[in-house]
Design a protein around this ligand. Structure first.
Ligand SMILES: [Zn+2]
Length: 247
């Protein structure tokens, strides 16, 4: 785990990258922001899973964002989680950077209503996903933060653009700035199991009840209800995609 502090301000923000070792954008963004500096906030930046980064894998022993609060004498990721929670102690804000194979618009993920308001007001990204306990079952990093925000970027997004969005978020928190841009909030209602070869669907584009989803041999699997797909195309998840409804 690598820890760096930079920036100057009353608001203290913990910025975490590479909870998943193969999502190196977090590390690149942290290095860039440290080089360029940030205004109006004190940042503690943490490159979390260096062991997984070195072997270019999502994790070594277990998914690093599903094992909080971790264990003092556990496996690689459990020890990382345990230590990370000590590091975020006393920080009101945790921003956690991820990347995804899913071709989808930039996405803010929150797991608590309390964090939803921060996502609306401070993050210059339109799509917000309220995840509840369906995915990480209360064992993700942001579940343990006072105000926790995960940011998901399609893997082809540039370090420069992602850095700018993260910087703006940090500075908006620091300045107490309130964004007035319109946000779309999607609440995750579950997963769709993958039981065949998927037809193309697009993230955040409404799938209607009865629409073909997969081809399972001769059988066409149709959607049982209408929903907005999220994370279709992500390899880190087992299912076809997440289902959501607009709030
Ligand atoms: Zn991730």
């Amino acid at each position: 785990m690598k820890i760096m502090e930079f920036g100057n301000g009353k608001k203290r923000i913990c910025l975490v990258g590479c909870l998943h070792g193969n999502e190196v954008i977090g590390m690149k963004v942290i290095n860039r922001l440290r080089r360029e500096g940030v205004e109006c906030a004190s940042v503690k930046a943490i490159i979390a899973n260096e062991r997984a980064i070195s072997i270019r894998r999502r994790f070594v022993d277990t998914d690093g964002n599903r094992c909080f609060p971790g264990k003092r004498n556990g496996n690689v990721e459990e020890r990382m989680a345990y230590r990370l929670l000590k590091e975020i102690e006393g920080y009101d804000y945790v921003i956690d950077i991820h990347s995804t194979h899913a071709d989808m618009a930039d996405t803010v993920i929150v797991t608590k209503r309390k964090s939803l308001n921060e996502a609306r007001l401070r993050v210059p990204i339109k799509n917000i996903v309220l995840m509840g306990r369906e995915i990480a079952k209360g064992h993700s990093l942001i579940d343990f933060a006072e105000k926790g925000i995960s940011l998901e970027f399609y893997k082809k997004r540039s370090v420069k653009d992602v850095s700018m969005l993260v910087r703006q978020t940090i500075e908006n928190i620091g300045e107490g700035k309130r964004l007035k841009t319109k946000k779309e909030v999607y609440r995750v209602t579950g997963f769709i199991q993958r039981t065949g070869r998927p037809f193309a669907i697009r993230n955040y584009r409404l799938v209607r009840k009865g629409q073909p989803l997969m081809k399972d041999g001769p059988r066409i699997v149709r959607s049982e209800d209408s929903f907005y797909p999220i994370f279709f195309g992500e390899r880190g998840y087992k299912g076809l995609c997440m289902k959501s409804v607009k709030e």
